[in-house]
Design a protein around this ligand. Structure first.
Ligand code: NAP
Length: 307
């Protein structure tokens, strides 16, 4: 029987583990399908406080993990495939291995939706990105492409004009999901060019280890062409990793956990941290902050119950 199980080993989960381990809760972190979370997909992180020279994403999240292990947090390979949160102790099936816990922190994150292009995954962190706030700075005076037609795409395209020489916004239709105000802001930005009714067929050049261009196809005219770009930002939404808790934890229509103030969910003893609840900020530092909050709430919950 664990006092606390933390599902997810990104910034949120690993930071929760530091706080919980220092409070002697002996937490177990279930690493999940993508150990290290989204930071493990990035290269240099320049906006996490405390690293004036920046730090590599995978190193940052590994350091947070080591810090948690120093205080006694345990890490377990595998992902939760089934959960019973109907009564306490909560029961979790970790790929065939059932465990019980008094409290739970869901820090399983949200995965960026990718286009599924042949060379996309090879170039993530080398010109392909899903986070303008994280990576925009690297494209000063460069040519940037943003894919998507929602608020995220408009926001990222606008933000990226602070750095890039020009931003091409590629969208597969000529109608937008983006709100009018965000769309108008992008339309009125002289650095943004709209490339509509157009899909991306591939991004290259994986053999050089960096992005040099993309092949596009206009769905109406059938025209195919190659366009030079240095930075390729995919902004077609995120998928919160909450499927395994569906029907038990209250979520919104897209699957994001609904917060009941602080780090609380609708189930007493179950807390949330990081992108699994956050569709707005999605930063390493905010995820870490939420991890801290969730661990402190779990600790108080256990104390109130006499554990
Ligand atoms: P979204 O509204 O679901 O938009 C996703 C966009 O990506 C759509 O234009 C969609 O095209 C396109 N897309 C999806 N799959 C694609 C594919 N395989 N190939 C090409 N294009 C694809 O997602 P979002 O922009 O991330 O926004 C999510 C939510 O967060 C929304 O409620 C939004 O309002 C909110 N948000 C708010 C703010 C803000 O207010 N500051 C900022 C960001 C996000 P189709 O339209 O053709 O389906």
């Amino acid at each position: 029987m664990f006092n606390l199980v933390i599902v997810g080993s990104g910034c949120a989960g690993n930071t929760a583990a530091i706080y919980a381990a220092r409070a002697n809760l002996k937490p177990l972190v279930v690493k999940g399908h993508h150990p290290g979370g989204q930071l493990s997909l990035t290269t240099l992180v320049e906006n996490f406080p405390g690293f004036p020279e920046g730090i590599n994403g995978p190193d940052l999240v590994e350091n947070i993990k080591k810090q948690a292990q120093t205080f006694g947090a345990e890490f377990k390979e595998g992902a939760v495939v089934e959960a019973d949160l109907s009564k306490r102790p909560f029961r979790l099936n970790i790929e065939g291995d059932w465990i019980e816990t008094r409290t739970l922190i869901i820090a399983s994150g949200a995965s960026a939706r990718w286009l599924g292009l042949p060379n996309e995954q090879n170039l993530i962190g080398h010109g392909v990105s899903s986070c303008a706030t994280c990576d925009g700075f690297f494209y000063r005076d460069k040519k940037i492409m943003v894919v998507g037609g929602g608020d995220s795409a408009m926001e990222e395209a606008n933000f990226l004009t602070r750095f890039g020489r020009e931003v091409a916004l590629v969208h597969r239709r000529d109608q937008f999901r983006a709100s009018k105000i965000m769309l108008d802001r992008a339309r009125n930005n002289p650095k943004i060019t709209f490339v509509l009714n157009t899909v991306v067929e591939d991004v290259f050049d994986a053999s050089k280890g960096l992005v040099t261009g993309a092949r596009l196809r206009n769905g109406v005219t059938g025209k195919v062409w190659e366009q030079e770009v240095d930075g390729f930002f995919v902004a077609i939404g995120h998928i919160p990793n909450t499927a395994v808790f569906r029907g038990q934890i209250e979520t919104d229509a897209d699957g994001y956990v609904i917060s009941k103030s602080g780090a609380r969910t609708n189930i007493p003893g179950v807390f949330h941290a990081g992108d699994v609840q956050d569709r707005v900020y999605r930063q390493a530092v905010t995820a870490s902050g939420m991890g801290c909050m969730a661990a402190m709430e779990a600790e108080r919950f256990l104390e109130a119950e006499g554990h």
